[in-house]
Design a protein around this ligand. Structure first.
Ligand code: NAP
Ligand code: MG
Length: 491
């Protein structure tokens, strides 16, 4: 691997960021973050826990109470978010490198994340001056109007698959609406969140408005969810932890929004452009090494096009080789951790044991000729049955389950037979069928003849056990504001 060192001065930014200052964890502990491509230690960061969460929440509460943030002129708040986007843009190369080294994703994909982070900050920068209430024609000689106000202190907990982007998806709308934030990044990928804290400070966020506490879910994360002075938790991660958070939030009746797992169906009808569908199905499952909550991990194929589609897919999968993630030609990265590699290999074993046919991959891949890092070959199982574990559970790795169907009702029933409902894809050249499927699929996002596009302006979120609340677009403003009704006697 090309020089795999962190490209910034880490003397400050490897600590917690609380109330505008860098500090060690109160317990003095630190933990390591690894480079997934090589398995080597990349950096150490502070291991914050309940005491640090408490300091960060106090700072966020104090910052929320002052007039400097929530009553700042909306245009100025917008300008500040825009400035953060400008700094990210200027520092895109450094940030991309940090993200590649900490997460393992190819730099080409890290740059897409950074582009989207900039877009989201600018999109919400524009909303600050458009957050207004309404005047309501009530009975009587009364004036009734509404105020749209921030919810207060927001706790944001995010996963490791898109570290910078997931942080921005939460902080951009939360800040635009005038909230203050405590962010707990994933233990595997803490570095870009710390950079984001530094960027916020440089852009001019008042102290305490945006705090970052690195640490573990079971300690720092749980303390944030349980904290009585946190008004809202915005979470992205597994459905299992989503359930824990929902239970824990009941104690203080926090508002919560949950962006959880998926087992998204990608449906190829008999009349599809099979070449395009094969390319689309490939990136649907293998983008970000399958570590996308929206991964098209169940490919449902009409039996008449199955052989052609599958040969295209298997052919491409065989050509994907591990490459230096810092090389702009690399298209495929490692998994995030040894734990995740073992977990995914466990699913490969289950698939074999249940009788699905392994037609591509299935084993650990070598990197630079050695068994190091957390690499897995792109893996495809054919002949998967609806009751197989690999057809039902979220694997979160580069493993595709292919199921076939013989008519469209069967395809729809198979697609919807999941506890999840995050996303779905449909490939067809018949516009009526496309829109019928879009209507009937139980999913928060439906892609037709494409897979994975997203935009800061378009809502994103889950049906069923993929969570609730919509991030991005104007819908996200509802997650970070509350409405006050004001009555005035005009007599
Ligand atoms: P996770 O446990 O759900 O982690 C997401 C975030 O929640 C992390 O910041 C985590 O901290 C934190 N967390 C964990 N337990 C918590 C608790 N009790 N209270 C508060 N916060 C808590 O996901 P993971 O461990 O990274 O991955 C496990 C599996 O989840 C993956 O294999 C994958 O299947 C799925 N996953 C799904 C998504 C998605 O977007 N759908 C994203 C990530 C993972 P730590 O970093 O310290 O664990
Ligand atoms: Mg975890």
């Amino acid at each position: 691997m090309e020089n795999a060192t962190i490209p910034v001065d880490r003397t400050a930014q490897d600590r917690l960021f609380i109330n505008g200052e860098w500090s060690e964890a109160a317990n003095g502990k630190r933990f390591e973050t690894l480079n997934p491509a090589t398995g080597e230690v990349l950096a150490e960061v502070a291991e914050g826990d309940a005491a640090d969460i408490d300091s960060a929440v106090s700072a966020a509460r104090a910052a929320f109470r002052t007039d400097t943030w929530r009553r700042m002129d909306a245009a100025d708040r917008g300008a500040l978010l825009w400035r953060m986007a400008d700094i990210i843009e200027q520092r895109a190369d450094v940030l991309a490198r940090i993200e590649v080294l900490d997460n393992g994703k190819p730099i080409r994909e890290a740059k897409i994340d950074i582009r989207q982070s900039i877009d989201a900050l600018r999109y919400y920068a524009g909303w600050t001056t458009k957050l207004h209430g309404a005047t309501i024609p009530v009975r009587g000689n009364l004036l009734n109007y509404t105020l749209r106000e921030p919810v207060g202190v927001v706790g944001a907990i995010i996963p490791w698959n898109f570290p910078l982007l997931m942080a921005v998806w939460k902080i951009a709308p939360a800040l635009a609406c005038g909230n203050t934030i405590v962010l707990k990044p994933a233990e595997q990928t803490p570095l870009s969140a710390l950079e984001l804290a530094a960027i916020g400070a440089e852009a001019g966020l008042p102290n305490g408005v945006f705090n970052v506490v690195t640490g573990f879910g079971e300690t720092a994360g749980a303390a944030l969810v349980a904290h009585p002075d946190v008004d809202k938790i915005a979470f992205t991660g597994s459905t299992a932890v989503g359930r824990i958070i929902m239970r824990a939030a009941a104690g203080s009746l926090k508002k919560i929004s949950l962006e959880l797992g998926g087992k998204s169906p990608n449906i190829v009808l008999a009349d599809a452009d099979v070449g395009a569908a094969a390319r689309g199905a490939f990136s649907a499952i293998f983008y970000n090494t399958g570590q996308c909550c929206t991964a098209g991990s169940r490919l449902l194929v009409h039996e008449s096009v199955r052989d052609e589609l599958l040969s295209g897919l298997v052919d491409r999968a065989g050509k994907m080789q591990p490459g230096d993630p810092l090389d702009s030609k690399t298209r495929f990265g490692p998994l995030i951790s040894q734990e995740q590699l073992d977990r995914v290999l466990g699913y490969v074993e289950k698939g074999r044991a249940e009788g699905a046919q392994l037609v591509a991959g299935g084993s650990r891949a070598q990197y630079e000729g050695e068994d190091r890092g957390f690499w897995l070959q792109p893996t495809v199982f054919d002949g998967v049955q609806p009751d197989h574990v690999i057809a039902k559970e979220e694997i979160f790795g580069p493993v595709l389950s292919v199921l076939s169907f013989s008519d469209e009702d069967e395809a729809l029933a198979l697609a919807n037979a999941s506890e999840y409902g995050l996303a779905a894809g449909v490939w067809t050249q018949d516009v009526k069928k496309a829109h019928r499927f879009a209507r009937d699929l139980e999913a928060g996002t439906v892609w037709i003849n494409t897979y994975h596009p997203g935009d800061a302006a378009s809502p994103f979120g889950g049906y069923k056990q993929s969570g609730f609340g919509r991030e991005l677009g104007e819908y996200s403003l509802d997650l970070y504001t509350q409405i006050k009704s004001v009555w005035v006697d005009l007599n």
